[in-house]
Design a protein around this ligand. Structure first.
Ligand SMILES: Nc1ncnc2c1ncn2[C@@H]1O[C@H](COP(=O)(O)OP(=O)(O)OP(=O)(O)O)[C@@H](O)[C@H]1O
Length: 325
């Protein structure tokens, strides 16, 4: 049985009459890269803060690394690396000096030399090693974000809990953070991150939880969410000929790409049929549902989650179902 490193039951946080987090049962398996997806204001930060014992729930239970939170949160914090809502740092000190302070205030032990090594190591890991001794007030937002991530790594944590870790990063920085999280995860760290970017979760995560106005509307493995649509995607330098040969089986056409209703025999039979009729092929693949389609289907096209997902860079892709023109 898979071990859960985060589990909540009926977790609810009310501010006045309004539920910021509403009756959420969350399940984060050990070894996962879990994306908690929702638009601004859907309750992500509140959830992250409750997991870390920074905000108390109105109702419900939380277990992190097998211990109840908040009652035994002090036991688990040394095993967690966290970054919540724009990392705080002393602006007049360098990134190094900030990390050294953080390290000294943490549970880590060791001689001064070892502590210095630890700081250098995490600075290198997040790509700030070359940033010399500039004060943090001269850092860009992306650099501050990396510094926060470096702080989260000091513990060599078993679990990383990150609230919008790529906020403020340029595409290059986003890719670097993604690669870093994949590397850490491959070495055994479970990653829980919140994001309002559907494309980011699709690119990085193994599991997804979708939150809409405080409620968890979907939780599953991304592979399961992105199941086959029953159609095939054909790429060909001669789409006219392919369209003639395939006739009514063609459901959609976009440039050199055709989306075709699957026939008995699947991709091999279709490839044979096309080649026998002289249609050259560049590619043939099963079409899979996109996370965007699933989110829209669950929350409605006008929902905050669906709109936010589209606004924030989910690109139409014919290899995924639901291309819209
Ligand atoms: N301390 C607070 N007092 C009152 N309302 C709050 C408080 N913190 C959050 N809320 C409300 O709870 C809801 C969820 O906020 P939360 O910050 O958790 O969402 P979020 O998904 O993290 O959004 P964002 O990405 O904008 O931070 C919002 O309506 C917010 O206004």
């Amino acid at each position: 049985m898979t071990r859960l490193v985060i589990e909540t039951r009926g977790l609810t946080k009310r501010y006045g009459g309004r539920a910021a987090v509403d009756d959420v049962d969350l399940h984060v398996a050990e070894g996962a890269r879990y994306g908690f997806l929702g638009p601004n204001g859907s309750g992500k930060t509140t959830m992250v803060r409750m997991l870390l014992g920074l905000v108390y729930a109105t109702r419900g239970e939380i277990s992190v690394l097998g211990r109840p939170v908040p009652s035994r949160v002090a036991e688990v914090l040394p095993e967690i690396g966290a970054m919540v809502e724009g990392p705080a740092a002393y602006p007049h000190l360098s990134g190094r000096a900030n990390l050294a302070l953080l390290d000294a205030s943490g549970p880590r032990r060791g001689r001064a030399g070892r502590r210095r090594e630890r700081v250098e190591e995490v600075l290198e890991r997040v790509g700030l090693g070359a940033v010399d001794r500039r004060p943090v007030r001269t850092y860009s937002l992306g650099m501050r974000q990396r510094l926060g991530l470096a702080g989260a790594l000091l513990n060599r944590p078993r679990l990383l809990v990150l609230d919008e870790p790529t906020n403020g990063l340029d595409p290059h920085g986003i890719r670097e953070v993604r690669d870093l999280l994949v590397t850490l995860n491959a070495a055994g760290t479970t990653v829980f991150l919140s994001s309002h970017l559907l494309a980011e979760i699709e690119a990085l995560c193994t599991d997804v939880g979708v939150v809409d106005r405080g409620r968890l509307v979907l939780e599953d493995a991304l592979d399961a969410v992105r199941g086959p649509t029953g159609r095939l995607v054909v790429r060909t330098p001669d789409p006219e000929a392919a369209a003639r040969v395939l006739g009514r089986a063609v459901a959609e056409r976009h440039g050199d790409t055709l989306v075709v209703d699957a026939a008995p025999g699947g991709p091999p039979a279709l490839a044979r049929h096309l080649v026998e009729h002289g249609v050259p092929l560049d590619g043939l693949a099963e079409q899979r549902r996109s996370l965007e389609d699933v989110v829209v289907a669950l929350t409605g096209p006008g929902s905050d989650t669906a709109r936010g997902a589209r606004r924030n860079g989910a690109r139409p892709d014919p290899t995924s179902g639901g291309i819209r023109r």
